[in-house]
Design a binder for this molecule. Structure first.
Ligand code: FEO
Length: 393
């Protein structure tokens, strides 16, 4: 149990928790490096505030940390977002500090009241641009809906040029002590996090990346992962990820029961790579969805490979199609390839999954049994079609 609090700058402290051994977020997202739940203490000359709290399973540790460090006066609990990995500690803090008020926007208030049953008289509701004085420090609030919930907001500590961005610009990363280490490993963690959490709201993320770039910010303090004392580092990554630019890259998630689909996938990959196209293949039976999501951030084309099960696509392929659609990557083209034994419809069920994104459909190659020469020829035609399309990227 780590009970230390860490000074950041000018009476702003890190008081959150590291959860390096957590394996899964939302019972869905793999966490190869665990995560952190960032909570910050801001001491002004007159008032003290906590910005975001902690994950419910970490609250015992969180409480001890506050007690061990003699944090015995808190006036405001600023809640940037109601999801319980950040709001989970609000009821406990209100018990510890009965005079404290939860400062937040109307949507967070509604969500926190519904999820955690916090009484209405505990809230101070702010609007976009409103300010809160701690004496010698002033918070300004910036509503930032849909990065990633409708309730999300940022809190800007004006005198110290610190911006608390909640989930936006975060990372499931635990290798740091406090500040970002700016390594390739962090780039990967931040990209994985962006893909899973923020990419479905790419246009909003782009808007708020531009907005933060226009602000006078020296330190970015998200609610997961490290604190950035070089804000441009993470903002430049977001500028790229949220842009319309795609890589000369094809992602091939596939599932193959008797190797026939795999033989087609291998042939397609061989032809594409021979044309200097980057190919990323994912065997869906053993794949880390986070790695697949990360490759979707900037790939131009997805080719989904599937065997047939009970006259339809393999469930793993349907799940992958659902994920691709839900994450809303800036995909330009897609195709389906696969093999069946006695019959069925591979394409229809998968096509129906694309309800949100509308990439251009390329030729499908669906064959019976193991690929023959004429089937490989069809795969080669698809490869050539992709090569031609990618020339215009
Ligand atoms: Fe880290 Fe949307 O909560």
């Amino acid at each position: 149990m780590d009970l230390k609090i860490r000074p950041i700058k000018n009476n702003v402290y890190y008081i959150g928790s590291k959860d390096a051994n957590r394996k899964l977020f939302d019972q869905l997202v793999p966490l190869p490096q665990g995560t952190t739940y960032n909570s910050y203490l801001v001491k002004g000359s007159e008032k003290t505030a906590i910005v975001d709290t902690d994950y419910p399973k970490k609250l015992e540790e969180y409480k001890k940390r506050l007690q061990e460090n003699n944090i015995n006066k808190v006036d405001y609990i600023i809640s940037n977002h109601a999801e319980q990995d950040h709001s989970g500690g609000i009821p406990m803090l209100l018990e510890m500090f009965p005079d404290a008020k939860v400062v937040t926007n109307a949507k967070v208030k509604e969500n926190v009241m519904n999820m955690l049953h916090v009484p209405e008289d505990k809230f101070i509701v702010i609007n976009d641009g409103d300010e809160l004085s701690l004496g010698d420090k002033t918070f300004q609030f910036i509503l930032a809906p849909f990065v990633h919930w409708p309730d999300t907001m940022f809190s800007y500590l004006k005198e110290d040029k610190m911006l608390f961005t909640c989930d936006f610009l975060g990372a499931h990363y635990t290798k740091h002590e406090l500040f970002a280490d700016y390594t390739d490993c962090l780039v990967e963690a931040a990209k994985r996090y962006y893909a899973e959490i923020i990419m479905p709201f790419r246009n909003f993320a782009k808007k708020y990346t531009d907005k933060v770039k226009e602000m006078d910010v020296e330190i970015i303090l998200p609610s997961h992962g490290p604190v950035y004392d070089k804000p441009e580092w993470i903002l430049d990554l977001y500028t790229d990820w949220t842009s319309d630019r795609v890589e000369n890259k094809v992602v091939i998630p596939y599932v193959s029961m008797y190797e026939s689909t795999k033989m087609m996938v291998d042939r397609l990959a061989e032809k594409l790579e021979a044309a200097d196209i980057m190919v990323r293949m994912f065997d869906l039976v053993h794949c880390d969805e986070g790695e697949l999501s990360m490759e979707l951030v900037d790939c131009a084309t997805v080719v989904l490979g599937s065997s047939m099960v009970l006259a339809g696509p393999h469930p793993a392929a349907v799940t992958a199609a659902y994920l691709v659609n839900a994450l809303r990557p800036k995909l330009r083209y897609y195709s389906i390839i696969g093999s069946y034994g006695w019959g069925g419809n591979l394409e229809g069920t998968i096509e129906k999954m694309f309800t949100i994104i509308k990439p251009e459909k390329l030729d499908y190659v669906v064959i019976k049994g193991q690929p023959r020469d004429e089937d490989y020829a069809k795969v080669d035609v698809l490869a050539q079609q992709i090569i031609e399309k990618h020339k215009s990227l």
